[in-house]
Design a protein around this ligand. Sequence first.
Ligand code: SF4
Length: 481
Amino acid sequence: MVSSSSSPSSSLTLSWSSMDQKKKQQAKRKKTREVVNQTRSTTIALCGGVGDIEDFCKEDTLEIRSSLLCWYDQNQRVFPWRKQTTEIESYNDDKEDESCDRAYAVWVSEVMLQQTRVATVIDYYNRWMEKWPTINHLAQASQEEVNQMWAGLGYYRRARFLLEGAKMIVEKGGEFPQTVSTLRKIKGIGDYTAGAIASIAFYEAVPVVDGNVIRVIARLKAISANPKESTTIKIFWKLAGQLVDACRPGDFNQALMELGATICSPTSPGCSICPVAGQCRALQLCQSHKLESVTDYPAKVVKLKQRLDFWAVCVVEILEHNNVDIQKESNEKNKFLFVKRPDEGLLAGLWEFPSVSLKGEANLATRRQMMDKYLKNFFKLNTDECTIVSREDIGECVHIFTHIRLKMFVELIVLHQKGGGRVFHAKKEDISAWKYVDGDSIDSMGLTSGVRKVYNMIQQCKREQSLENQPRRTRKRSRRS
Ligand code: SF4
């Protein structure tokens, strides 16, 4: 900091010296970058390319196994799906069936944990296991019930596959497949889930590879190849397979993932407390100043740009009460129109408010025109049987999927159904399915986060309107009294 008493010349000297410092820092950074790049190419050159990355040597393998398992025994986090077999409330009497219960628990938890944070999963897992404690219970469930339980977790295809997989196993006699090769035949079970179930529940000495495992192994071996490329992924599977402990494969796999999740984190790894620091090549490179940071591994992959999608969403609310003003605000006996999405594609088979895909940002008039056409063509909206009480532009909201950024323009149409008539005449075969849902049932309905967002916007808007109207009504009441 320059003191206030500094003479002009001294501040000039200081600014020159700070410029010098800046230049030095820039040069240092440039040199470090060069060393990092050199190290990267040396690593690749040493390995002779991705295909020839050296195997773990026997010594390192044994050391990593024992250090990691010892660390895991003392530091593993407690999760409901990690209970010991005897602690899991078993619905079966013998040991083999206990393993099946364990396999089911691992399966459900692993599928939920894909793309979802642990903290979020715990509650979902507990509720799921309470409702469907065994695979036989799950096999009796309907897709609707499963979607409802899954609502908010996203990636609904996972829930569909879980149910289909459970039905498949039960239809084949109910015996849980125990090896990776037999598990892979079940719908929705991929390499990762098969490895997790086989190693944790049935002690098959097979690896599992997820993002955490890739990060740890990329650092242990200083692998700079693109971790998303299929050839590199195969190498990670091979290396993870070399490490897996034959006596405690499930614990070892969980330990490796746990290390990645808690210590060897993407941006601030705790190398000083890492149980496998002695076998870590990236750390050695850092210590010998050939590498700036272990976080240079694995190589950063440029994310694909998200696709931008635009939808016009129309919440159609139907009033049957004769006093439209009262019912419009109360929400009690109002009905809302829901439509089921097609069985394939984004959010397959889930319920949503009528939505129309737009080519891009569109003004209100265009959106309404498209929505009117949709309601008339697909739902056979019969305007003779109803009156339009109101039609409001509610606003817009954004919902993010992994690869899509969806902008929804939301409007609310309130229709008053004339006695005995039908507002919509669409037959079931015209569109996949549609239904009315009472306003008071929507809260307990399993809605996707995007649909819930839209519904919350509507509720918020109604609350605000109700507050605006309150003083007027109060005045009216007091005048009457
Ligand atoms: S020493 Fe550091 S970089 Fe290496 S595995 Fe451990 S935490 Fe990760």
